[in-house]
Design a protein around this ligand. Structure first.
Ligand code: GLC
Length: 422
């Protein structure tokens, strides 16, 4: 084969998005994740927007068809049954218009809607006007039900999108998964179990799903009964950023955004309650026990993405990037809980790097932002469009041909990315 016949990285990335397109929504990767995932879809829209703006809006609009009456947008929409996945719609018992899970995920959709809009405002206006009220209602659901001193809480580890991070170890230890019963995991038949959460974790994940279902996913009841309630940097920083982007989009549409401006102030104050002075870092806080997680994670570094510059975080960032070749690891490599291949306990994720890099750049840390864009681009070019990567060796881990890694390539690391994409 001659060089001319080898597909370029851009072509490969576009082929992954097309290949994972199930008609109106994109699966993260075939097999391991056969449905529509919430924040994965927002990244997919970003990737599509680099070559097909109309398809990008369809992705976001399909996601919002799953919105519940209370405003919540679920973390998984089970549009079509697939027996290869557990826990499926029958286990979750979601109460929305589309079969779904009962929890949400980091609200990055408004932020990527803004990027799609910026690429082509004229072609985007109608779709934006349709989704604006839905995004606003979803953000308000977080404000109404999930704040603790202004920081955003999760009620299940999966909600933060960082399933098995050490951030939750303390809160997970407080759960006794009594009565969880027998179940068959499907994730470990798709990828190496050493790269996945343990059975200890999985029993607690399923126990929490059963609890939510028993309470019919009623947020007031969950607030009373759920032992797992953690104020989380991922949710707090992404919602703060999403509210800023939604306010900008609302202004472009001529909408009244005063309530969003109030929410921004509340979240800014909330973000500061995540500063752990002993760790000198933004950290997760267990609301039930009042204890810090004590974790420097890649979510800690989303502060810039939320528009918050902090000299202490620059120092942490420089320390972490000096001890690992392919930053940003999902957990501090100098911690004894670091595990280079196990999902959110060490590996580097392209999507988190993109959010961190965008934030660094906006806050004027241009050299750091460029260096991160470069190493992330090299990771993808040299090791493929993997779900995540070993931060020490760069080796690919988890699933392959991954939608959000292809999207990060197209929107953030590709030399051909369109103006407005990043
Ligand atoms: C895993 C990740 C989560 C992601 C999902 C689909 O559960 O932890 O963040 O949304 O896979 O890719």
């Amino acid at each position: 084969m001659t060089n001319q016949m080898t597909p370029t990285m851009d072509e490969q990335a576009r082929a992954i998005l097309r290949g994972n397109d199930r008609g109106g929504y994109t699966v993260p990767t075939a097999g391991l994740y056969p449905y529509q995932w919430n924040w994965d879809s927002a990244f997919a829209a970003w990737g599509f927007a680099t070559f097909d703006v109309a398809r990008a809006w369809v992705e976001i609009e399909t996601l919002l068809t799953g919105q519940w009456d209370n405003g919540m947008v679920p973390h998984i929409l089970f549009h079509r049954p697939d027996p290869g996945y557990f826990p499926g719609p029958d286990v979750w018992g979601g109460v929305g218009p589309v079969p779904s899970s009962g929890i949400s995920q980091p609200p990055v959709a408004a932020s990527f809607a803004r990027r799609v809009y910026d690429i082509d405002p004229d072609a985007s206006r109608e779709a934006l006007a349709r989704i604006f009220p839905r995004l606003k209602a979803w953000h308000q659901w977080f404000m109404d039900w999930r704040l603790d001193q202004g920081a955003v809480c999760i009620t299940h580890p999966w909600e933060a999108g960082r399933d098995n991070t050490p951030d939750w170890d303390g809160a997970m230890a407080g759960i006794d998964p009594v009565g969880v019963g027998d179940y068959t995991r499907r994730d470990t038949s798709h990828v190496d179990p050493a790269m996945r959460p343990t059975k200890y974790d999985y029993d607690r994940y399923i126990w929490l799903v059963q609890l939510g279902r028993r309470l019919n996913w009623d947020e007031a009841a969950l607030l009373e009964e759920n032992p797992f309630r953690v104020a989380d940097p991922t949710m707090t920083f992404t919602l703060l950023r999403a509210q800023r982007d939604l306010a900008a989009l609302g202004r472009a549409l001529g909408e009244d955004v005063s309530s969003i401006d109030v929410a921004i102030q509340e979240l800014e104050a909330g973000a500061e309650t995540l500063w752990n002075p002993d760790l000198a870092c933004y950290d997760a806080r267990d609301v039930r026990s009042g204890k810090w997680a004590g974790c420097v994670s890649n979510a800690s570094f989303l502060n810039w993405y939320a528009g918050i510059d902090h000299p202490g975080m620059v120092a942490q960032y420089d320390r972490i990037t000096s001890i690992c070749k392919y930053p940003v690891p999902s957990h501090d490599p100098s911690s004894d809980r670091f595990d280079a291949k196990r999902y959110w306990r060490g590996p580097t994720w392209g999507i988190m790097n993109a959010l961190i890099g965008l934030g660094l750049e906006e806050c004027g840390h241009t050299d750091r932002a460029e260096a991160l864009r470069k190493t992330t681009g090299e990771l993808i070019r040299d090791h493929g469009f993997a779900e995540y990567f070993d931060p020490l060796t760069g080796h690919a881990a988890g699933g392959g041909t991954f939608t959000w890694t292809a999207a990060v390539w197209l929107g953030w690391t590709s030399p051909t990315r369109p103006k407005g994409a990043s």
